[in-house]
Design a protein around this ligand. Sequence first.
Ligand code: UT7
Length: 324
Amino acid sequence: MTASVIAGSGSFLPPRSVSNDELAAELATRGVETSDQWIVERTGIRQRHIADRGVGTTDLATAAARAALADAGVAADEVDLIVVATSTPDQVFPSTACAVQANLGTPGGAAFDVQAVCSGFVYALATADALIQAGRARCALVIGAETFSRILDWTDRSTCVLFGDGAGAVVLKAANAPGVLAANLHADGSQGRILYNTGALSYGEATGDPFLRMDGQAVFKLAVNVLSQSAREACEAAGLTLDQVDWMVPHQANVRIIQALGRRLGVPAERVIVTVDQHANTSAASVPLALDAARRDGRLQPGQLVLMQGVGAGFTWGSVLVRL
Ligand code: UT7
């Protein structure tokens, strides 16, 4: 059976970064009280990137895709599959993946979106790997891209300080040796009410609440539990132990969730990639953004074992274990 390998990665962040102090000052003008101290102590977040009006998820996804193709040394016309993970598409349809394909100017291959919120990239990567293993694709662009700033209630301090915009991508190619060693995907739809956005279009009207709502503490507890189970499951499936994993690249929602996960699994902080301080929570973009940042700064090296993990609304979660 054909395997899949990560041939390159890329990312894109909107140029406008907003520090906690800048955000607190802006929120104060709306009568919303927060502080750099609260945000750093409770989340580890120091800044986030926010896309300007007129810049969409498709723009971020396309820029990340181009960077990943350049890194992999792959021409856009070699790509026969584009999977975009996003919960903040610019439109209902066509999909963001089709819009990215149009921007790249390479019609013909398959292109579709995956909607698994903050688990989206892990879902997309596992899906692309499965299609490559089955012989249905040979060269995939797997992208996580979000503009969560558009669905935040900027008067709700318990959510609006937590998220940012951005995109990350990998090129996943068919190969003889893996590559992707194991993957697991899970969901528990009965937990849908702890993190949701019920906004929708119906009969030509916008209906429901257009903003993200969350029970932060419930999400926190569930995230640590399911991510630790999923990490063990991925290692067992590959016949490896967690000690053999060089790097964990977990979803970047809150540094306290990442630390609790590390403690639960006995993985020291030195082997865990953290970018939530710089990017905040970029939902489906968080894992590929963190992966790309750590490849670029030289922490992640070819041959190393990397465990990527997503968790988010749905409730959804999963892991992909990869040898770089
Ligand atoms: O991708 C998955 C998406 N979501 C997550 O992963 C989020 C998971 N949950 C979390 O990260 C944390 O639960 C939060 C960061 C959301 C909240 O941290 P917490 O330690 O659970 O705080 P809390 O909700 O218990 O709130 C503590 C206090 C409250 O005040 P009182 O009731 O104790 O007086 C809040 O009103 O902090 C207050 N608070 C704030 N204060 C200043 C909540 N947000 C803010 C804020 N600035 N931005």
